[in-house]
Design a protein around this ligand. Structure first.
Ligand code: NAD
Length: 466
């Protein structure tokens, strides 16, 4: 059993939380299945640690975060192997090693940020100072698709701004988060970063807990709504990074050969289990056939398999619940549209493998277009009028990311500015970076992560008038 960390000490529970490898159904490990009493202990520890952690200097916290980056880097291979076993993604390509490398980069970059005090006024009428204060205990709730990277996106800005943290990883992927928290505890004072593991009810209890001042939540829109409702009672600060249904708009002047690879990875990174992946592709009728041909040709060459095997570029769906959702959406789309690739899963083994599937001749109103699939099934919608394509791209409750593909960058920029989403990429998709705020419009969330704007979300503003 991998143990949880509360107050710098390992915690064991009577009941186990078993974690299975999505590539073959084998048992990867066991995490503690915690109960509400364990959350109370974690809140107590984090509250106690806050009283001294909040008094540390920015330099001390920066030094600690850089040491965390170094520590994660030193353990990168061990973390990557565990991540592949419990999440399913390949070790290579845009897989586990890449995710752990990203966690190191994000930690280093965030460690260099600061939110200095501003003097808003200093004259004979008085002095007005603008301060950013830590909130207190931050609850971090994460999904199963990028457990390490998303965990780091929550933990590091929280501790950099003087808060303490309780992490709650997804019940599908708790093991690698527990390992990261154990490493962090080798650097930080006890109680600054704690981890509770268990089923969804643990997250729900955190969202109502009066001792937690903020929840940073990454997950589905449906759960995000519940978190928001629960948080109202205690007026918690919230950052909600929720689901996406990113549209890509391909204009008539592109070179299909040149953009096929970018379109492919935009849609199929992590087998489509990525918040800001390309989930609906609107293609001009002038280039539709050529793009479909190039995309299918590229996709055919992409090896999907067990993540620990060399050469694997795409892994399985992480869990059965998600697999069944994808299967269902794909079956409906195949009936309605034209299947270009995939569609039929090979059900021989115990792994949740769903093949790369591309379906065209679909439209808004079809479920695969309207709903977030979160898997390797891409719907294509042909258009003849760009205004119509833009209206369809915006006609969705989500607004996380989007992309425009064209040789004419100025024209693409103008269309990008009219897309209703938090990030828009031109001739690429999903390329987030630590210096650019990332967050959703509409149902895709509230608040942003990354950069100074992301850091500020872990603070309360205090103005001192003298
Ligand atoms: P999910 O909402 O089912 O679960 C996310 C986390 O919330 C898990 O840790 C879960 O245990 C917990 N949880 C469940 N019920 C809860 C409740 N009532 N209160 C509090 N916590 C609760 O999401 P998932 O299936 O793990 O992840 C996939 C979703 O996450 C997709 O919709 C994807 O788009 C989204 N996502 C968004 C981003 C982003 O940055 N916007 C990033 C990654 C994933």
């Amino acid at each position: 059993m991998v143990l949880s960390m509360i107050d710098g000490k390992t915690v064991q529970t009577q009941k186990p939380l078993e974690v299975f490898n999505p590539a073959d159904g084998s048992l990867v490990g066991i995490a503690p299945r915690m109960e509400i009493a364990d959350i109370n202990r974690a809140v107590e520890a984090a509250t106690h640690a806050f009283s001294s952690w909040r008094e540390t200097t920015l330099q001390q916290r920066r030094k600690a975060c850089l040491a965390i980056a170094k520590k994660i880097g030193e353990h990168s291979e061990e973390l990557a192997q565990l991540l592949t076993l419990e999440q399913g993604k390949p070790l290579g390509g845009l897989g586990s090693r890449w995710e752990i490398g990203g966690a190191v980069t994000w930690t280093q970059y965030t460690a260099g940020l600061s939110l200095p005090t501003k003097i808003l006024q200093d004259n004979e009428e008085g002095r007005v100072e603008f301060h950013r204060k830590p909130i207190g205990v931050v609850g971090s709730i994460t999904p199963w698709n990028f457990p390490v990277l998303i965990g780091i996106w929550h933990i590091i800005p929280a501790v950099m701004t003087g808060n303490t943290v309780i992490c709650k990883p997804s019940p599908f992927t708790p093991l690698v988060t527990l390992k990261v928290v154990e490493l962090i505890n080798q650097i930080l004072p006890k109680g600054v970063v704690n981890c509770v593991t268990g089923e969804d009810e643990i997250g729900a209890a955190m969202a109502t807990h009066p001792g937690i001042g903020k929840i940073v939540f990454t997950g589905s829109c449906a759960t995000g709504r519940k978190v928001m409702a629960s948080a109202a009672e205690t007026m918690k600060r919230l950052t909600l990074e929720l689901g996406g249904n990113d549209a890509g708009i391909v204009l008539d002047d592109v070179d299909p050969k040149q953009i096929a690879e970018g379109l492919f990875w935009g849609a199929f990174i992590n087998s489509g289990q990525t918040c800001a992946a390309l989930k609906r592709l609107y293609i001009s009728d002038r280039v539709h056939d050529a793009i479909c041909k190039e995309l299918v040709q590229f996709a055919r060459k992409m090896p999907m398999g067990v993540g620990t095997e060399p050469g694997t570029m795409l892994g399985p769906i992480q869990n059965l619940r998600q697999y069944q959702k994808i299967e269902n959406l794909a079956a409906e789309a195949i009936e309605k549209g034209t299947l270009l690739l995939g569609g039929k899963p090979d059900k021989k083994g115990k792994g949740h493998f769903f093949p790369i599937t591309i379906v065209t001749d679909l439209d808004n109103g079809d479920r695969l277009v309207d709903e977030e699939q979160f898997g390797p099934v891409l719907p294509i919608i042909k258009f003849s009028n760009i205004e119509e394509a833009l209206a369809k791209a915006n006609d969705n409750p989500n607004g996380l990311g989007g992309s425009v593909w064209s040789r004419d960058i100025e024209r693409a920029r103008q269309i990008a500015g009219r897309m209703e989403c938090g990030s828009v990429w031109i001739n690429k998709h999903g390329m987030i970076q630590p210096n650019a705020p990332f967050g959703g419009m509409k149902s895709s969330g509230i608040g942003v992560e990354f950069g100074e704007e992301g850091l500020a979300e872990y603070t309360n503003i205090q103005v001192i008038f003298s």
